[in-house]
Design a protein around this ligand. Structure first.
Ligand SMILES: [Zn+2]
Length: 833
């Protein structure tokens, strides 16, 4: 609902702005903290419990998340945790997906959930969340007590591979756990209780790399989620048992890792470990026990932190969400203990990620990995922008602002929240996304919220409970307002309450009503975003403020406030484009801080035939030489909806703020051409279309993999294979084999033309067979800009002779996989092409 726009009454007397307020040094991060920070905070976010969202899209996301959290069943999350501890599960079955049985991230969801409901209790005051927090903490306590040695976990591991250790082989039970008879995976590899493999680790058995440590999938990453849940339950809800459980759990960690040499520790850290250093640092802050500060050292990953501290961007090729939490952990160590390397690494990392690796939405990474800095053009298509990463970047951003209240942190927070984070949740049913891609003709990666339980489902449930955190920061008699969203802020230090009403992000009018029991002098520092240019206005009780800082700064209004005083702002949003650093003609269209997404139709319908146009047939704009406001027009006044006008090839496009475009095929980055460039390109496209036309004339049969009916028509068969979809195009991939029966014309020589996409996550090699005879071997690997391409294999005449159809089979070669196959076409090889 749009607010009625107020008309400002200008007052000609300039107001003098008070600016000299000594900042209070905040020495403690939270009320629970017992140590004094080595590096004081300059400003502190108002506690989540003192901020209430009252409307707007962030509130909507929070409400959907709250609903979801109440639908989840904690007993199912504890199914395997209880089973591993020898306790009878309370639920009939556990949850599945990544939280399921076998070698999974089992147990991570219970941790994420405890964090999420702790945040949600603080954010809403709804007693149901507090009750759940207490219940979940007690479950953890029961599991821990049953384990007997402080351990909490439900991980399963592949059996040890190394000879010569005196530890458990498959099937040996560890003394403390009751139910770890090995279970068998589908491929008959024995699994053992992960606890055994942690004990191996303690004895110096370290098989580590990527996501596997001693046969477990990122075990410290999972334990970090449980630690973080307990910490948040203690910090946000005051549950003292949570702290006790955490301390015992940390004692177990110390017991496992203290025997290891520094060299062994570094080897272990080659496997993703989440933010274990962060929770150890926070535990030190909450207990004052130096043992936990020392324990942060078990997770100080020198191969990453040391170069970052020397301002060396070594992120290319590194896994995004493996590294953000560890840098955040080091940042917390810096805050509490003052290690300069930790602080330098974190600040440099944040700057590099935000300014040299991120897209316009605030997300980053391709297939979960960083590329080289400022090289985004070739990774804009495909699986971009994991939601966990943005969640963790926001956590780091809030801490950095507290240390150094700079607009740049607030700007990133606003951008990431109103673009990536809001687009990552379906505004109708609350499903959250793994990837939120930014390329051409892409779709959201919505998760099945009761089945998949991926990492991003876990951080998704936390993400939307935190929207009230970091809007308002306080320091002495100063309160920062970092972005504008309908909310109330109870600023207890000053005894003041702010009631913010706004139609932002789509509108630009903000009203802030101040409530104070008695007159009070303080400063409101109101952010003037870098995108708020000429018509930016601030008025206090209707009086215009004359002296305004340039965009990208704070307007400091110091006065003696009385009850009912009202500040009004207008935030003018301009249309502009934001190019990729390495391609000035590939741009996101921005409206103020909002990324405009182009609507390319329903999710399902894309991919049936490629439209003429740019990359993979999506529209392009012949407007490289013109300002955006010339060719992007608002459809109706105040609608927040736009369209391109007369520049789209082959068609103009409807544009809306990204978060308003769920469940559609969309485009974020657009290719721009001048008319001259377009003439050349469209000429090349016409040649390509002519080629395609001739190919179709030569076609005897065409099988479309990954679509049900066409696959039936061509008798699709296979083992360990699944459909896939890339850039809107259906495909099939597999780890063993799959095949299609295609008609042949024995009167002509036959060839098979197969379509692939260059952007496979890993190098793929596989064979192509025709009726059992190998007709080709294919390698598909990354290289250059991602693109679809055809490969042709000729079918020997003796295979075709006397037949009406031939089975074309794709078969993975030793230890590899078959790349996604987007089309299988049998053609007359002698046809004119
Ligand atoms: Zn994730």
């Amino acid at each position: 609902m749009l607010l009625a726009k107020k008309t400002f009454v200008p007052l000609f007397a300039a107001l003098s702005l008070g600016t000299s307020h000594a900042a209070t040094d905040y020495l403690k991060v939270s009320p629970t903290q017992v140590i004094t920070n080595a590096v004081p905070y300059v400003a502190m976010p108002l506690p989540l419990s003192d901020v209430r969202l009252t409307g707007g899209p962030l509130k909507n996301a929070q409400a959907l998340d709250a609903e979801y959290l109440l639908k989840l069943d904690p007993d199912r999350m504890f199914f395997y945790l209880r089973q591993r501890a020898g306790l009878k599960p309370k639920a009939e079955e556990g949850y599945g997906g990544w939280d399921g049985a076998g070698r999974q991230l089992t147990g991570h969801i219970a941790g994420h959930y405890l964090s999420a409901i702790s945040y949600m209790w603080a954010a809403t005051g709804d007693q149901r969340f507090k009750d759940r927090v207490d219940y979940v903490v007690n479950e953890f306590k029961e599991v821990q007590d049953a384990q007997g040695d402080g351990y909490i976990g439900a991980l399963m591991a592949t059996a040890p591979r190394v000879r010569g250790t005196n530890n458990a082989a498959a099937g040996t039970n560890s003394a403390a756990s009751g139910t770890n008879a090995p279970v068998r995976r589908r491929n008959n590899q024995a699994l053992v209780d992960g606890k055994i493999r942690f004990e191996d680790l303690s004895r110096g058995v370290i098989q580590s790399g990527g996501f596997d440590l001693n046969g477990m999938w990122s075990p410290w990453y999972v334990e970090h989620k449980i630690f973080a849940g307990l910490r948040d339950a203690y910090r946000l809800t005051g549950n003292r048992t949570a702290l006790d459980v955490e301390v015992k759990f940390a004692g177990w960690v110390d017991g496992i890792l203290s025997p290891l040499t520094p060299e062994q520790i570094q080897r272990m850290l080659a496997t993703e470990f989440g933010g274990m250093n962060e929770v150890m640092a926070d535990l030190y802050a909450d207990t004052g026990d130096p043992r936990w500060l020392k324990a942060t050292g078990y997770f100080e990953h020198h191969a990453i932190i040391d170069p970052l501290a020397k301002r060396d961007d070594i992120l290319g090729g590194k896994h995004g969400n493996t590294n953000i939490p560890k840098v955040l952990g080091d940042l917390m160590r810096y805050v509490y203990a003052g290690d300069k390397t930790d602080g330098d690494a974190a600040r440099f990392f944040w700057d590099q990620v935000v300014y040299h690796h991120s897209f316009a939405t605030g997300g980053h990474g391709h297939d979960e990995y960083f590329g080289p800095p400022d090289k985004l053009n070739n990774i804009v298509d495909g699986r971009d922008d994991e939601s966990c990463n943005v969640y963790n970047m926001l956590k780091m951003t809030r801490v950095l602002f507290a240390l150094h209240p700079d607009d740049k942190y607030a700007e990133f927070q606003e951008r990431a929240l109103f673009n990536h984070v809001l687009a990552s949740i379906d505004p109708q049913d609350g499903r959250t996304c793994y990837m939120v891609p930014v390329g051409h003709g892409v779709t959201h990666e919505y998760q099945d919220m009761f089945e998949s339980f991926t990492c991003c489902v876990g951080t998704g449930m936390e993400n939307h409970a935190l929207h009230g955190y970091g809007i308002y920061y306080e320091s002495g008699d100063k309160l920062w307002v970092n972005f504008y969203t309908p909310s109330t802020a109870s600023w207890k230090t000053a005894g003041a309450t702010l009631n913010v009403q706004t139609d932002f992000p789509e509108g630009g009018y903000v009203s802030i009503k101040v409530s104070v029991p008695a007159k009070k002098n303080f400063t409101l520092a109101l952010r003037r975003p870098s995108w708020a240019g000429d018509q930016f206005v601030v008025a206090v009780n209707g009086k215009l403020q004359r002296k305004l800082p340039p965009p990208g700064n704070y307007v400091e209004v110091n006065r003696t406030w009385k009850d009912g005083d009202t500040v009004e702002l207008t935030l003018p949003k301009q249309l502009h484009k934001e190019a990729l650093p390495d391609n000035p003609d590939r741009v996101a269209l921005m409206w103020g801080p909002l990324v405009l997404a182009g609507d390319l139709g329903p999710e399902e319908r894309r991919g049936r035939g490629r439209r003429a146009g740019g990359a993979e047939g999506t529209p392009v704009f012949v407007a490289a030489d013109r300002p955006v406001a010339d060719w992007v027009k608002m459809t109706a006044k105040d609608s927040g909806e736009f369209h391109t006008s007369g520049v789209g090839e082959p068609n103009d496009v409807r544009l809306v703020p990204f978060y308003r475009l769920p469940r559609r095929t969309y485009e974020i980055y657009w290719d721009l051409y001048t008319p001259e460039q377009w003439e050349k390109t469209s000429g090349a496209l016409a040649i390509e279309q002519e080629k395609q036309h001739k190919l179709e004339l030569a076609t005897v049969g065409f099988a479309q993999p990954g679509e049900m009916q066409p696959e039936r028509d061509y008798n699709e068969q296979g083992e360990d294979t699944q459909p896939d979809r890339v850039m809107g195009r259906a495909a099939r991939r597999g780890t063993k084999w799959f095949s299609f029966d295609l008609p042949v014309d024995p009167a002509h020589p036959m060839s098979v033309v197969v379509t692939y996409y260059s952007d496979e996550w890993r190098r793929r090699t596989f064979d192509i067979l025709a009726d059992g005879q190998r007709i080709g071997q294919q390698v598909v690997e990354k290289g250059g800009a991602p693109h679809f391409f055809d490969a042709e294999y000729s079918v020997p005449a003796d295979v075709v002779k006397g037949k009406q159809k031939v089975t074309i089979r794709f078969e993975a070669t030793e230890g590899n996989e078959i790349a996604a196959v987007f089309g299988v076409r049998m053609i007359r090889a002698d046809a004119a092409r």
